[in-house]
Design a protein around this ligand. Structure first.
Ligand SMILES: [Zn+2]
Length: 308
């Protein structure tokens, strides 16, 4: 075997080992009948966590299974599929993306080539096309060979407004949101158990990231609380049974960014001045504050610059 052959073999062994390691430590919780959740680490992707940083899971109906987000790598997607197979041999009929961010979707490849229909917000294909190359390069840079084979699928069933999916004696209500956390946010509401999967419209303990519009996000938060779900599954962080409680910290944070950015704009404070002064008392409430807060101020300031 030549040197490149040995390199490929070593990469394949590394990928297999990382898949097995991921499957071995893949935990599940079940907050309600037929609802299964795997909670990612509350951290940025790293070799230590293998990119397993987002909440992902599935819902089992009498006919088939709906997966909600596939995780940050091919290995995580495979571990999710293995976890499903331990519980049921029903087909995975839908893989629903809560939004385009790569920590939620690079595990798609584990479900490709089967009967699975990939479902997402109507804006998802365009957002993916614009970002795919960057997402691939960033994953490779962060995880090296553990990124091997990871791929986000192009969805074929696109959602605008609200649509129902039937997985057999079980109806899921999918709702595509105007730009909020991102421009591809989609929530999944299981009518039987009143469980709401928010995707990244809700961050608990980990600082929210504004990759969309803070004003749109505030409106989405009000609408999500008004749904009064019995169980709430955030995109990052622990489960909750009260939307009012679960959204409080995030709503306060976004409200503060909006209010203080508006005031800075009114007082002629520049973006760089705003970034160094706004919202630092929020530090104590959030994990990864230093990594994302300044970026959030920049996003909200820029968003509000254009309002009258
Ligand atoms: Zn996200």
């Amino acid at each position: 075997m030549n040197r490149s052959g040995i390199g490929l073999l070593l990469a394949a062994i590394a990928a297999t080992l990382s898949t097995e390691a991921t499957a071995a430590r893949f935990s599940l919780e079940s907050p309600a009948e037929g609802i299964y959740l795997h909670r990612g680490a509350q951290a940025d992707a790293s070799p230590a966590n293998g990119g397993d940083i987002a909440n992902i899971g599935f819902i089992i109906g009498s006919r088939c299974v709906a997966v909600i987000d596939s995780g940050g790598t091919a290995a995580i997607g495979s571990a999710l599929l293995a976890a499903i197979r331990k519980l049921t041999d029903k087909p995975v009929c839908y893989l629903i993306h809560t939004h385009v961010h790569p920590d939620h979707g690079f595990g798609d490849v584990a479900f490709a080539g089967s009967e699975t229909v990939f479902v997402a917000h109507a804006e998802f294909p365009a957002a993916l096309a614009a970002r795919r190359d960057h997402y691939r390069a960033a994953l490779r840079q962060t995880l090296g060979d553990a990124a091997s084979g990871s791929e986000i699928a192009v969805p074929t069933r696109l959602i605008s407004g609200e649509q129902m999916l039937d997985i057999g004696d079980r109806t899921l209500v999918l709702r595509a949101w105007p730009t909020a956390h991102s421009n591809t946010d989609l929530t999944v509401f299981d009518l039987r158990t009143q469980t709401l999967w928010t995707g990244d419209l809700l961050f608990v303990d980990r600082i929210p990231v504004v990759d969309g519009k803070a004003l749109g996000w505030m409106m989405a938060i009000d609408a999500l609380i008004a749904m009064k779900p019995a169980h709430l599954i955030p995109g990052h962080g622990p489960l909750s049974r009260s939307a009012e409680v679960a959204f409080t910290a995030q709503r306060n944070y976004l409200h503060k960014l909006i209010t203080e950015c508006r005031s800075a704009l009114g007082n002629g404070i520049t973006l760089s001045g705003a970034v160094e002064t706004i919202g630092f008392d929020e530090n104590k409430h959030w994990l990864l504050f230093d990594e994302y807060h300044r970026r959030n101020v920049t996003a909200v300031y820029t968003e509000l610059e254009w309002e009258e």
